[in-house]
Design a protein around this ligand. Structure first.
Ligand code: A3P
Length: 340
């Protein structure tokens, strides 16, 4: 069957110009049969696969390919998140923690010259064709894939998973800005989905890798089942007491700080390196484009990953009624699995 792709091209659609190989055309055939929705205008179609919404279709191809061939190693650490919830921060922190014996966070860390997303390969973006194309010294791999759709080898391998999420109100506001400023095609940005409409779509579950709540719940349930393997962090908690959570994260990953390191200020050095203020002001993160899929032209401005970096910015964008509505959904969905 002929796949159907968005008629309006988004900033992320350049990849469709590259000719698909055999696998990609097979995935495109499958994608053409999936439920789709283009309400989040002018981004083009979101596709529903295994209970979650994906956009653009090329990301979904990467997921399907990873599900078939990604081989996790027992020593891997999966850095996972629901989009716009602190992925960039968690990638920076995990990378700085794991590589601190090789690179001093204040002087030689690659994070000073390479954006966090380019320091850690992504399952569905970089490793979907070849899971061994990695730095053997770096156990970190990143993903946004929902827990229930992860490649089977990840759970079979026994590898650890660290996951971050945040208040869905802030995640929504962050996503709405990100998609409107950087993903909507430049010549169609005035048609961009108004905040109120996007809010309704998000609440219905129609957002990148949404429903947001189901994404969180999948990892949350896994953390209850395998507490030694899955660590859940909340953006607001990490913001409130960064030192405590950085130490907890390091310990969980098997890279706990020695007393000597603590005395020498290693924890604080990592916190400083990875802070929003520091990362967003590095020239590597202020200029240039980030390639979202290593084998393609799928690109986005690096600066798009740094907006405000604050807790509670939703107050500047959502009405009291909108906030109440989203809190109601959150209480209902999270409450049903004991997540507060
Ligand atoms: P805001 O849009 O609310 O500012 P992700 O990394 O998952 O795409 O999430 C992006 C959000 O994380 C954005 O939130 C961004 O500003 C914020 N962010 C990026 N780097 C950060 C950092 N080092 N510390 C805290 N927040 C950060």
């Amino acid at each position: 069957m002929e796949p159907s792709f968005p008629s309006q091209r988004t900033s992320l659609d350049k990849e469709e110009e590259s000719s698909p190989n055999g696998h990609e055309s097979r995935y495109r055939d499958i994608i053409s049969t999936l439920p789709k929705d283009d309400s989040w205008k002018p981004l083009g179609f979101h596709y529903q696969y295994q209970g979650f919404w994906y956009f653009p279709a090329t990301f979904l191809e990467g997921i399907m390919s990873a599900q078939e061939q990604f081989e996790a190693q027992p020593s891997d650490i999966l850095v996972s998140s629901v989009p716009k919830s602190g992925t960039t921060w968690l990638k920076a922190l995990t990378y700085a923690i794991v590589t601190r014996a090789r690179f001093d966070p204040s002087t030689t860390s690659p994070l000073l010259t390479t954006m966090p997303h380019e320091c850690i390969p992504t399952v569905e973006g970089d490793l979907f064709h070849n899971s061994t194309n990695r730095d053997p010294q770096l156990p970190l791999v990143a993903t946004h894939i929902p827990y229930t759709s992860l490649p089977k080898s990840i759970m079979d391998s026994g590898c650890k998973i660290v996951y971050i999420f945040r208040d869905p109100k802030d995640a929504f506001v962050s996503l709405w800005h990100f998609a409107g400023r950087y993903i909507a095609p430049k010549d169609h940005r005035e048609e961009y989905c108004p905040l109120e409409e996007a809010f309704k779509l998000f609440c219905k579950g129609m957002s990148f890798y949404g429903p947001y709540w189901d994404h969180v719940i999948g990892y949350w349930k896994a953390s209850l089942e395998w507490p030694g393997r899955v660590l859940i962090l909340k953006y607001e908690d990490v913001m409130r007491d960064t030192e405590f959570h950085v130490k907890r994260l390091a310990e969980f990953m098997g890279y706990g700080f020695s007393l000597e390191e603590e005395k020498e200020g290693m924890v604080q050095k990592i916190i400083n390196l990875c802070s929003f203020e520091n990362l967003s002001n590095l020239s590597v993160n202020k200029t240039g484009m980030h390639r979202l899929r290593s084998s393609s032209l799928l690109e986005i401005e690096k600066s798009s990953f740094f907006r405000k970096g604050k807790v509670g910015d939703w107050k500047n964008h959502l009405s009291a009624e909108m906030a109440e509505e989203m809190d109601r959904i959150t209480d209902h969905k999270f409450g049903s699995v004991g997540l507060r």
